[in-house]
Write a protein of this length. Sequence first.
Length: 79
Amino acid sequence: IIPNFLNFAYAENTGVAFSFLSDGGDTGRWGLSAVAGIAGILVLYYFWRVPRTNDLLLGSLALLLAGILGNFTDRVRLG
């Protein structure tokens, strides 16, 4: 975009942060899926326990749950 200053390059991360577990195969895939599933269940449980008057926390938990479910779906579907 700006020569010699700002360039974009397409890259894929097949693992977690910094490609950690990228060569873990199915073990890493299903292990991370299990962690995401457990995290989603815990956030959903906490979501139902929060008083309905705390809109900021409820909104934050909803966004967190959406991210967890999106990552879980991508991990299971695409590896």
